[in-house]
Design a binder for this molecule. Structure first.
Ligand SMILES: Nc1nc2c(c(=O)[nH]1)N[C@H]1C(S)=C(S)[C@@H](COP(=O)(O)OP(=O)(O)OC[C@H]3O[C@@H](n4cnc5c(=O)[nH]c(N)nc54)[C@H](O)[C@@H]3O)O[C@H]1N2
Ligand SMILES: Nc1nc2c(c(=O)[nH]1)N[C@H]1C(S)=C(S)[C@@H](COP(=O)(O)OP(=O)(O)OC[C@H]3O[C@@H](n4cnc5c(=O)[nH]c(N)nc54)[C@H](O)[C@@H]3O)O[C@H]1N2
Ligand code: SF4
Ligand SMILES: [Mo]
Length: 717
């Protein structure tokens, strides 16, 4: 049965049922929600990405719908006591509007900033960008995707002219003869994806994993390369060096479909495998085996994820793997290619519709006059009223409350107090604001600092679209309306927009539900999507031909899809790349050391990442009973040899100290990690916050922080 056929929500009948997708990661597993006697259960559903599988987070996602911690009323900070107190929507909205007006009157329009998230639906990401540029007139908007896949996005754009994480359907992974995963741990971060890896190996394919830890994913691989964190670029250059020496470079493809190979050839000439071994610790024999597996395969796929990307040289590191893929002639070859595993639920769509500092809908550039004219017309404003580009997320957060920086911030769908690098500093910046507004389902660590907290609807209570890691646009379908007192993000934005008008319509109701405000601002996701289609038309990420009905009638629709009766685009690059001349671009890239190197005071490498049962900053999953049981606390992963040297026993509390701060958590001894490297998950706030330790050095092109390496020492706590 198609997605659409099962989709009907049948209010008034029991059980009520709807076919939707998981609220969490970019795999967007298909699920069926069923409500019986007020209780919602999750059932897996056949969908091309998960084929009936769900991970533990998906299975338990409905628990938050009726969770006692759920926010059901706005909260406003009481000036006298300094505490957050329940308030009506009209009080909360009035406080926000007067606060925003005061800040903008005193400090200009750019003194207000907006921070979005890659978990927001396409409609919400689009509405948030328009809200910032039109209703607030500020250039300051950016979002947490900057901390996620922005390095792969920038590398993809400059090489291929487009940033679509996977330019082919996920099913292609199952057919690859060789699959190289660099800094990706899907066994924990996208468990149902593992079935494609299993299928790949059952068909006789080779799986190679590059990770400083022998993760659950690496343990399934035919070959595991275990580099020092931050050395992937050298590894990639050495792989291309070997491919050149052995004659595996696809010269016809390079000549016909690419530009700039000569400069890359000169750079990688200096990357003797032995030199890469010295730097990364990956044996020459393993480098040779990897290059051979890729270079001689009929169908080869190279994928990167956060391990390779979250570095101050993330763009260049991804570029080195893109260079390798291009030299081998993979992009556009059937069953082959390069891709990035996007992370957040709408991590792909969230980066296309204008919540990025330099971007307008359709993946257009905000400094492109033609793009400004097109989008301004859709928005019904003169093009010259649109602000110019803002600054990337970390720079934005780090400017808050500083002289000349923004003095008010609205946050939708992120918890930077836990997830931003050098988080103690960002926490101070947030406290320095005149006005902090957070829309969330729960009182996150960031919401707890806010002046106004707005209770937002959850995934099972809203309609909209999400674009998964394959560039496949899907439907999120409401099972039931939000509880009383709770509004969708779209309703919040519509109401704020109406209230911020110079002369608000006197008929405006104080408590608009979903639908329309009296003066015509729409909170209806279907109407927002119709506008998004027009705004994206002609852009790189063209949604003009995508309708909700079309998504319902199939298993989603792949962008670009410019016409309603024309085809969509599951596979890109078959004949040309979307660059001006249709050719892909090589860029020579050189290894450089991490922004912070180890020293006698800080002799160990610190890296961070995820565990299966917790999601991101943990606001949601730390409140789900089964997940809390599965992963109750933070930990510091140490090699037993290192632990012995430090005199630390398994389970004993340790401190991980960097130049920026420290975290405290129990030691977890594991022979699967390099003895010179320690790892901690970033899902917890408070004393165990990994981001108290991380470095805020950022990539010069993408603005990606260096979450995956800094220098620390470990002590008994
Ligand atoms: N359970 C769970 N699943 C999730 C999420 C979650 O929070 N929890 N988040 C979602 C999101 S938003 C994202 S972005 C994805 C992320 O998905 P992944 O990228 O798979 O997740 P990470 O654990 O951040 O990093 C992957 C691996 O990189 C390794 N690594 C660290 N440093 C380096 C290095 O220098 N080089 C290399 N090659 N590897 C290195 C780590 O050891 C880790 O195993 O997961 C998504 N899925
Ligand atoms: N050290 C370290 N730090 C990292 C990473 C790492 O690997 N290491 N990874 C980085 C990556 S890849 C990412 S993606 C970020 C993620 O980090 P965050 O941006 O903090 O992401 P979440 O924890 O998903 O935050 C989402 C918040 O919004 C709320 N929320 C969920 N859905 C909605 C909605 O529809 N509307 C509204 N209004 N609120 C909603 C949730 O309750 C939660 O509080 O962390 C980054 N930080
Ligand atoms: S893999 Fe991702 S989308 Fe699928 S159930 Fe788990 S969290 Fe949800
Ligand atoms: Mo992410």
């Amino acid at each position: 049965m198609t997605d659409g056929a099962r989709s009907a929500t049948r209010p008034g009948r029991t059980p009520r049922e709807t076919a939707t997708h998981c609220p969490y990661c970019a795999l967007q597993c298909g699920m069926l929600l069923r409500e019986e006697a007020g209780r919602v259960t999750v059932l897996p559903r056949q969908f091309p990405t998960n084929r009936g599988g769900l991970c533990q987070k998906g299975w338990t996602a409905a628990e938050l719908l009726d969770h006692p911690d759920r926010l059901t009323t706005p909260l406003v900070r009481d000036p006298a006591s300094g505490e957050l107190r329940p308030a009506t929507w009209s009080t909360a909205m009035a406080r926000i509007v007067s606060g925003l007006r005061a800040v903008q009157a005193g400090h200009g329009r750019d003194a207000v900033a907006v921070f979005g998230g890659g978990g927001l639906t396409n409609e919400k990401a689009y509405a948030l960008g328009r809200f910032a540029r039109v209703a607030l007139g500020t250039r300051h908007i950016d979002y947490n995707g900057r901390f996620c896949m922005s390095s792969a996005a920038a590398a993809g754009l400059r090489a291929f002219g487009v940033d679509r994480g996977l330019p082919f359907p996920l099913a292609d992974l199952g057919r690859a003869d060789t699959l190289l995963l660099v800094g990706a741990n899907p066994a924990e971060t996208m468990p149902p994806l593992v079935r494609w890896l299993t299928e790949q190996r059952q068909r006789g394919g080779r799986l190679i994993v590059v990770d400083p830890r022998a993760t659950a994913t690496a343990r399934q691989a035919d070959l595991h390369l275990q580099p020092l964190p931050g050395t992937d670029l050298a590894v990639a250059n050495a792989l291309l060096h070997i491919a050149l020496t052995e004659g595996w470079v696809d010269r016809a493809y390079v000549a016909e479909r690419t530009d700039g190979f000569d400069a890359v050839r000169r750079t990688v000439a200096g990357w003797w495998p032995a030199r890469a071994e010295q730097l990364s610790g990956v044996p020459v024999a393993d480098l040779e085996a990897t290059a051979r597996a890729l270079g001689t395969a009929e169908r080869a796929i190279i994928l990167t994820a956060r391990g390779a990307e979250q570095h101050a040289k993330g763009v260049d590191t991804v570029t080195a793997f893109v260079n390798l893929a291009l030299a081998l002639g993979l992009p556009g070859r059937p069953g082959s290619g390069y891709g990035c595993l996007t992370g957040q639920g709408n991590g792909q769509g969230g980066r296309e519709h204008g919540q990025k500092a330099d971007q307008l809908p359709g993946y257009r550039r905000i400094d492109d006059p033609a793009a400004r004219t097109h989008v301004a017309e859709v928005w019904g404003v003169p093009p010259d009223t649109l602000p110019g580009p803002g600054v990337p997320a970390y720079q934005l957060l780090d400017a808050l409350g500083t002289p000349g920086g923004p003095r008010a911030l609205l946050v939708f769908g992120s918890n930077p107090v836990v997830s931003a690098p050098r988080a103690a500093r960002i926490e101070r910046r947030l406290r320095d604001l005149d006005l902090l507004v957070v829309a969330d389902l729960l009182l996150s660590e960031t919401a707890a600092l806010a002046d106004v907290v707005l209770p937002a609807a959850q995934w099972a209570e809203e309609d909209g679209t999400m674009t998964n890691l394959e560039g496949r646009v899907l439907r999120r379908r409401a099972l039931r309306p939000p509880p009383p007192g709770v509004r969708t993000d779209l309703a919040i934005l519509a109401d704020l927009t109406a209230r911020l008008r110079p002369t608000p319509d006197p008929r405006r109701t104080d408590e608009p539900a979903d639908g329309e405000t009296a003066d015509g601002e729409t909170a209806d996701p279907r109407r927002v999507f119709a506008e998004l289609r027009r705004a994206s038309a002609g852009g790189v990420a063209d949604y003009a031909g995508i309708t909700w009905e079309r998504i319902d009638a199939a298993d989603g629709v792949f962008w670009p899809c410019p016409t309603v009766d024309g085809p969509d685009s599951p596979r890109l690059f078959a004949d040309r790349f979307p660059t001006p001349d249709g050719r892909a671009r090589f860029h020579p890239v050189e290894h450089r050391p991490a922004a912070e190197e180890v020293s006698s005071d800080y002799p160990l490498h610190f890296t961070t990442g995820r565990v299966l049962a917790q999601y991101q900053s943990g606001t949601q999953t730390r409140r789900v009973a089964a997940l809390r049981r599965a992963a109750p606390d933070a930990f510091v992963e140490l090699h037993p040899d290192l632990a012995a040297r430090l005199g630390v026993a398994d389970g004993e509390p340790v401190r991980v100290v960097s130049r920026r701060g420290e975290l405290r958590a129990p030691a977890r001894l594991s022979p699967t990690i390099r003895p010179d490297t320690v790892f901690a998950p970033f899902h917890w706030g408070g004393p165990a916050r990994a981001n108290s330790v991380t470095n805020d050095a950022v990539d010069p092109i993408s603005g990606m922080p260096e979450f995956k390496i800094c220098a620390v020492r470990v002590e008994k706590a």
